[in-house]
Structures are given as structure tokens and as C-alpha cells.
Design a protein around this ligand. Structure first.
Ligand code: ZN
Length: 174
């Protein structure tokens, strides 16, 4: 398994729209394992392929306290939603910032599972919010897009400043 690098706002690659997964093969399963390792290590409760610069419609999530309820959603489509829920969200691609976002309370989603089988699931609570947040990533959308322009620009400027002061990544030594 390998830990993958997570893109950070305002990286333009986070704005790409992901294309459907065409085949659930061994390479995809390896990618799923790597995404879980990256997500658990971060630590986060969800990760979309877009965030690791793979532009395929795939997301992983685990909102359980014991980190033992992994979800894999391939080509997810929300086909029913109702209710309203406001949750303070964060994002591995917008490190250190948490803001309230309004989303649907319950959703029903059709997707392929890890074995490529088409299934339908109903999500509510934190998992519903998480799945909606990750599907947004696949469409090139970030939770900061729900905030005011002024707030989003403030976050962008602070993140860019912080990044300049961060240690550069070690160069490859031959
Ligand atoms: Zn996110």
C-alpha cells in the first residue's frame, strides 16, 4: 500500500470533473486500498479520487469512531434527497478550516461497490454529509464554494501564505 499526496485548495486540479470508472479491476482495488491508507493516516473521514489527482468517479469514507466501517462508492449518483442539515465541515484539501454548510439530511445513492456490483444505499447523519461532500469533489466543487466570495478568498490567501512558509519537500537524492 502507498500513501498518496493530497491536493490542496486552490490547486486548479481540484476543479476537474471526474469521469466514470469503466472497469473495477485489480488496479482500481489497489487504488482504493491506497486511498483508505491515505484517508486514515491524514486523518479524515472521506476522500475523493479527485483529491489525489485521479479524475475518476470514486470515493471512500469511514465515519465510524473505530475506523472499521469502510465505504467504497464507485460512480455514485444521488437519486433521492430530502431534509436539510447544517454541519460544520472540514476538508483534507482545505487544511485547518471548518465552516457550516447546508446539505440534504437523507440521500439515496446508486453506485458500484468494491466488487463492481450495483447497489443502492440510504445515508443519513454524518455519512450523508460526507458522501455529498465527496461527490462534490468529483464534480470539481469544494465546501468553500458554499461560503461567501470574501470568506473563500480569505481562506485561499491564508493557505497560500502558510504554504510558502512550510518546509519544501525533500528533493530526490540519486
Ligand atoms: Zn473534502
Amino acid at each position: 500500500m502507498a500513501k498518496l499526496k493530497i491536493l490542496e485548495f486552490p490547486d486548479p486540479r481540484l476543479r476537474k470533473k471526474a469521469q466514470p470508472v469503466e472497469m473495477v479491476d485489480q488496479a482500481l482495488k489497489q487504488l482504493i486500498d491506497d486511498m483508505f491508507e491515505t484517508m486514515y493516516d491524514a486523518p479524515g473521514i472521506g476522500l475523493a479520487a479527485t483529491q489525489i489527482d485521479v479524475h475518476r468517479r470514486l470515493l471512500v469514507a469511514d465515519v465510524s469512531a473505530d475506523k472499521n466501517e469502510p465505504w467504497v462508492l464507485i460512480n455514485p449518483v444521488i437519486f433521492e434527497q430530502d431534509g436539510v442539515e447544517v454541519t460544520e465541515e472540514g476538508c483534507l484539501s482545505v487544511p485547518g478550516y471548518y465552516e457550516e454548510v447546508q446539505r440534504a439530511e437523507h440521500i439515496r445513492v446508486r453506485y458500484l461497490d468494491r466488487d463492481g456490483i450495483e447497489v443502492e444505499s440510504e445515508f443519513d447523519g454524518l455519512l450523508s454529509v460526507c458522501v455529498q461532500h465527496e461527490i462534490d469533489h468529483l464534480d470539481g466543487k469544494l465546501f468553500v464554494d458554499y461560503l461567501s466570495e470574501a470568506k473563500r478568498q480569505r481562506i485561499r490567501k491564508r493557505l497560500e501564505k502558510e504554504r510558502r512558509h512550510r518546509q519544501p519537500e525533500p528533493a530526490t537524492i540519486f
